[in-house]
Design a protein around this ligand. Structure first.
Ligand code: FE2
Ligand code: FE2
Length: 244
């Protein structure tokens, strides 16, 4: 499991975990993120059940278990949070922030000790250590109850399945050329994102932020100018297409 520090200032850090070369065949590769601030940390989209052991050992190199006080699940998919039952045993005092819409589904992954904190449809702001994190609505992109995470201080937007590309585990970390990268994202976005209205609404919201890095849950990350190029590309892409 590759761990990369995306941002570090004082005691505020973003670390990305992914590109797991040992993942079983037939399973989609995922990016997991840890935000650390002071003596608290949050794990964003901690991943599938098969990834729990390598994730736990990778994360513990950066932060002790008792400081992982928060978990976040952008939506209900198994690649996002099917590891919940195991985190529940490892971090019994942690709280899981997730869309209210999915509580009764997510609990099927196993949740006895961790407390469920429902995010309302309009989003909310939480404090982790000294850092404020905003849950930005991203409903229907692709899940009907879905949030992204905005860290204004770091300028990083964790964008879940938006911006995702299916790539081998040895793919570079950053998008360097949008023209070459766009074909790798096209079918995924057309099939998985059901609503053009929701897409345009999200783009409007994200353009108001000063996003320096966009960090999706699959594939490469975007810096500027590629973040802006992605928004322009996504704006013109018709989505919600299964059969032509
Ligand atoms: Fe998903
Ligand atoms: Fe995903």
């Amino acid at each position: 499991m590759l761990a990369t520090v995306l941002y570090e200032q004082d005691d505020h850090r973003w670390i990305m975990f992914g590109r797991d070369a040992n993942k079983p065949d037939g399973i989609i590769d995922t990016n997991q993120y840890l935000i650390q601030s002071g003596n608290q940390a949050i794990l964003l989209d901690p991943g599938g059940i098969e990834l729990f052991a390598p994730m736990l050992s990778a994360v513990l190199k950066y932060v002790p278990a008792e400081q992982i006080t928060h978990l976040f699940a952008s939506h209900q998919d198994p690649d996002i949070i099917s590891s919940l039952g195991l985190w529940d045993q490892a971090l019994p005092k942690a709280e899981l922030y997730s869309p209210w819409l999915w509580e009764s589904f997510i609990r099927h992954f196993g949740m006895e000790s961790i407390r469920f904190r429902a995010i309302p449809d309009e989003g909310m702001t939480i404090q982790v250590g000294h850092t404020q994190l905003q849950f930005i609505p991203a409903h229907y992109l692709h899940s009907s109850g879905n949030f992204h995470v905005w860290d204004a201080k770091a300028g990083i937007l964790m964008s879940g399945d938006v911006g995702a590309a299916m790539e081998p585990t040895d793919a570079p970390l950053w998008v360097d050329n949008m023209e070459r990268h766009a074909p790798k994202m096209k079918k995924f976005h057309q099939r998985w994102m059901p609503s053009n209205d929701a897409k345009l609404d999200w783009i409007r919201r994200v353009r108001q932020l000063n996003v320096k890095v966009m960090a999706p849950q699959h594939g490469r990350l975007f810096k500027q100018p590629q973040v802006g190029e992605f928004l322009d590309w996504f704006e013109t892409l018709p989505v919600g297409i299964a059969i032509k």
